[in-house]
Design a protein around this ligand. Structure first.
Ligand SMILES: O=C(O)C1=C[C@@H](OP(=O)(O)O)[C@@H](O)[C@H](O)C1
Ligand SMILES: C=C(OP(=O)(O)O)C(=O)O
Length: 446
């Protein structure tokens, strides 16, 4: 098996500054979670699925390449993506290793798909992805009958062979993870009988919404153990026309930038506000942020709104741990907002941040300290003592550790720092937010 894929180009240092307020209106690229799922389900429907607003980031392009390698026909024409699927049960044996790049979502969801097809697939990824735990999906998928040869610690590179027909399963999630939930449900699509996932804590529900939209039979019940999602297997999916809303996890960056740069007023249009994703808005509002959620509507079965964000004095709070799943990817940039708040912002229950593209608690704690922000790292969180709205020290070069959210978070911190903040490598930003720098420049950053 091959080792982690290496980036081909040279590191790209980045430093952004704001010499005045950020102003204007911007959109953000399509939702990454929804984009992955639209390609995967389109690839399992017979007929043509057309996708508008797909995120053309590297993570989603890795999913597209893998679905092509397993038989789907996926093309981009007239700024739309056209997917001709193979039908549930129709995935072909890939002839090459599936290169997942930096993307945990691609890897874990595709492992679910492979698990109930009679094919063997090898998954590889970059150095960051090759450190991330896959045991959390291997465990339930092995119970369904898939076989695995993984690298030590249940990591990539790994090769797996699916079982067809697979064994239906009732599985209670041991970690709050939409990726694990989705992997089991996707495996259930080509499995006879009913597959049930019970989640003690609700996680993002894009898979459930989209499976229902494609015509799968799905039942969702509240139980004493949590939310139980039951999928009837051997499903037939009908192709769809999908419009992908803007990604709230990407909108988080201009949102926090506008809050912390004095005098700013920014409108972010077409942002997904699915309650299982929108936790950051409420947390920032509880800190005193002036964020108006306007023009609420529904796009492709998902709630969407425009966000009008004005520079605001922020006050520290203790963030309730039960909001964590609804904003799990937004904590790095919330740490940045906290760096400008008045007082100590306490954030706990963040164990999952340690197994993302980087250890996001440790990497953020180190970088903030290097920029003269006082932080206290906890085993499961971070306490940030803010500046009360003043510019932070800055003046550091941040190691982004192949983590797009670390890179973007420190780019935002640098917008209100006395000395420039330099990101050692901006290339990871392209995994989720191509156009990030141009977006901030459009609002007045330099
Ligand atoms: O299902 C998804 O699309 C995602 C789920 C989350 O991961 P976990 O399931 O590991 O919490 C999130 O961090 C990731 O960016 C996308
Ligand atoms: C954790 C993330 O993504 P993934 O797990 O798909 O790599 C993220 O986008 O912040």
């Amino acid at each position: 098996m091959t080792g982690p894929a290496q980036p081909s180009s040279a590191p790209l240092p980045l430093s952004l500054v704001a010499e005045g307020p950020l102003t204007g209106t911007t959109g953000v690229p399509g939702d990454k979670s929804i984009s992955h799922r639209s390609l995967m389900l389109g690839a399992l429907a017979v007929g043509e699925t057309v996708i508008d607003g797909l995120l053309e980031g590297e993570d989603v392009l890795a999913t597209a390449a893998a679905m092509r390698a397993m038989g789907a026909d996926i093309t981009r024409r007239d700024s739309r993506w056209h997917v001709h699927g193979v039908g549930v049960g129709g995935l072909l044996q890939p002839q090459v290793a599936l290169d997942m790049g930096n993307s945990g979502t691609s890897t874990r969801l595709l492992m679910g798909l492979v698990a109930s097809h009679p094919i063997t697939a090898t998954f590889i990824g970059d150095a960051s992805l090759s450190r991330r735990p896959m045991g959390r999906v291997i465990d339930p998928l092995a119970l369904m009958g898939a076989r695995f040869a993984a690298s030590p610690g249940g990591r990539l590179p790994l090769t797996m062979t699916g079982l067809c027909p697979a064994v239906p399963l009732t599985y209670t999630l041991p970690v709050a993870s939409a990726q694990v939930k989705s992997a089991v449900l996707l495996a259930g699509l080509n499995t006879p009988g009913e597959t049930t996932v019970i989640e003690p804590v609700a996680t993002r529900d894009h898979s459930e919404r989209m499976l229902a939209g494609f015509g799968a039979v799905l039942r969702i019940e509240g139980t004493a153990q949590g939310r139980a999602i039951t999928l009837t297997g051997e499903a037939e999916l009908r192709p769809q026309a999908i419009t992908v809303p803007g990604d709230p996890s990407s909108a988080a960056f201009p949102m926090v930038a506008a809050l912390v740069v004095p005098g700013s007023a920014v409108t972010i249009t077409n942002v997904g506000i699915n309650p299982t994703r929108a936790g950051l808005i409420g947390v920032l509002q509880a800190m005193g942020a002036d964020i108006a959620v306007v023009n609420e509507r529904s796009v492709g079965g998902e709630p969407v709104a425009d966000l009008v964000v004005r520079h605001s004095p922020l006050t520290s709070i203790e963030v309730p741990p039960d909001v964590v799943p609804s904003m799990v990817d937004e904590f790095p940039v919330l740490f940045v907002a906290a760096a400008f708040a008045n007082g100590r912002t306490v954030m706990r229950g963040l164990d999952e941040l340690r197994v993302k593209e980087s250890d996001r608690i440790a990497v953020m704690a180190r970088g903030l300290a290097a920029c003269d922000v006082t932080v206290e790292e906890l085993p499961d969180g971070l306490i940030v003592s803010g500046s009360g709205g003043e510019a932070v020290g800055g003046g550091a070069t941040i190691a982004t550790e192949l983590d797009h959210r670390i890179a973007m978070s420190f780019a935002v911190l640098g917008l209100h720092a006395r000395q420039p903040v330099t990101i050692d490598d901006a290339r990871p930003i392209a995994t989720s937010f191509p156009g990030f720098v141009a977006m901030l420049q459009g609002l007045g950053a330099r």
